[in-house]
Design a protein. Structure first.
Lengths: 221, 227
């Protein structure tokens, strides 16, 4: 049994979730708490990856991050970073598809929080940054954790876009979902079964644990 | 002797709030039915909402000023809520649910630049201890707001509002969420508090008895204006 798809999947999903977390919080905050121009357009673009077919996402990423693509050529020229057919490409694909889930959860948490707490903090002399750190974010925390868990699960399960931008290079870009696909195609049923079992158990444990934690974590009761 | 003066004009639906008032020390009671614009008035004074025009002066400090001709344009003076140095007690108390009673009470003190100075910090924390002691919440320090009673929440929120030594205290229906039995106790405590601290206060209520009990000055609002 080759464990590299598992290790690589965890690495890719973890890095993608970190970026997704930072971007999701940033966009949820500025789109829903600040009056930025064109907020509906920003929001639509952020959520699009959730409904676009993964192959379309993969193709768009390939065009943007390819050697001759606008972002790919910039990264290669200035930082010497190649995206296509590397694990970095897989991270970008996983990040883009997990971002909508992160954004939606964090947004719901920010919007549902009663603004009276922020108002109270303002009357108590707090700066906006301290309000965010001590009031807005801690109260949104359960929603943020849901976002992290779901984004991680989504990043771990990403297949279509990853295959298009990162390919299926064993030990380099082969993740659990791509390994399953190619194992089935090659008739290696045992490998496929093991990986499917791992994914299923992991996803079940994650959602079960998350729900149990969220039920406990309620400040208001 | 502090002097509070304000003239606030703000368009609301379906009327325009237009209130001019001033008072020296003591408690100004603002009575009126729900929807008369009382809370909006407090929000404007606190800096949580901006009037279309008007002027707000607290103890010689103009915290807001916008001439009628400048309505819709930037205000000449508009200090943010955090810089107005006021204490605000919300109707629902608005205790931060993620913080203990003590963390709530100390929240405003920790925002002050003096808090960084060791000697001054000690003084401020001692004062907070004293406030929590006289409000009878010292034993609740480590409790979360969800686990204490309505009366205790009210005392904690009032402690939080006055521990920063505000120039003006704004109380938005502070007794309305209490049951009758607790209300009687809190009324008597509030009477003592008023005498002891002598903080200029605007108290909003729709209860005439409260107005008579605590008001040194009284106004009655209806559809955004004093009647």
């Amino acid at each position: 049994m080759n464990f590299s798809p598992i290790v690589l999947s965890l690495k890719i999903a973890s890095v993608a979730t970190i970026f997704s977390f930072l971007l999701g919080n940033f966009f949820a905050y500025i789109i829903n708490k600040k009056n930025i121009p064109g907020k509906n357009i920003w929001e639509t673009v952020l959520i699009m990856p959730m409904i676009l077919p993964p192959s379309v996402m993969g193709y768009l990423l390939l065009v943007a991050f390819g050697k001759r693509g606008p972002i790919g050529s910039f990264l290669l020229e200035h930082f010497g970073v190649q995206v296509v057919f590397t694990w970095v490409g897989a991270v970008i694909a996983a990040c883009v598809v997990s971002l909508p889930l992160m954004y939606q959860n964090v947004k719901a948490a920010f919007v549902s929080a009663d603004p009276i707490y922020e108002q109270a903090a303002r009357t108590l002399g707090s700066s906006e940054w301290r309000i965010f750190r001590t009031v807005t974010f801690p109260l949104a925390w359960p929603g943020v954790i849901s976002g992290v868990a779901l984004a991680f699960a989504r990043a771990l399960g990403e297949f279509g876009a990853t295959l298009m931008i990162a390919g299926n290079i064993p030990g380099k870009t082969q993740t659990i979902p791509t390994a399953i696909y190619f194992a089935v195609e090659a008739g290696r049923t045992e490998t496929a079964n093991t990986l499917v079992l791992i994914m299923t158990i992991f996803s079940f444990a994650l959602i079960f644990g998350l729900n149990a934690w969220l039920k406990k974590k309620n400040y208001y009761h | 002797m502090s002097k509070i003066d304000f003239h606030i004009i703000k368009k609301l639906d379906p009327f325009t709030l237009d209130v001019r008032c001033g008072f020296d020390n003591g408690v100004l009671v603002v009575r009126g039915e729900s929807g008369a614009g009382k809370t909006t008035l407090l929000h404007c004074i606190a800096g949580l909402r901006a009037p279309e025009s008007g002027v707000i002066e607290i103890d010689g400090d103009v915290v807001f000023k916008r001439d009628a001709e400048s309505a819709g344009k930037a205000a000449q003076i508009d200090k943010p809520a955090r810089a107005r140095g006021l204490g605000y007690l919300f109707q629902s108390y608005a205790l931060f649910p993620n913080m203990t009673v003590e963390q709530n009470v100390l929240y405003g003190i920790r925002n002050k630049p003096e808090y960084k100075n060791r000697a001054l910090r000690k003084e401020m924390l001692d004062y907070a201890d004293y406030i929590m002691e006289i409000f009878g919440i010292a034993g609740l320090r480590k409790k979360l707001p969800a686990t204490i009673s309505g009366g205790e929440k009210q005392r904690a929120a009032l402690s939080r509002a006055i521990v920063t030594k505000p120039k003006l205290l704004l109380l938005d229906e502070p007794f309305s969420a209490l049951d009758e039995e607790t209300k009687a106790i809190i009324y008597s405590e509030f009477g003592q508090f008023k005498e002891r601290f002598q903080i200029p206060t605007i108290l909003i209520t729709h209860n005439d008895a409260e107005g008579r009990m605590f008001g040194d000055h009284r106004i009655h609002m209806k559809a955004g204006v004093i009647v």
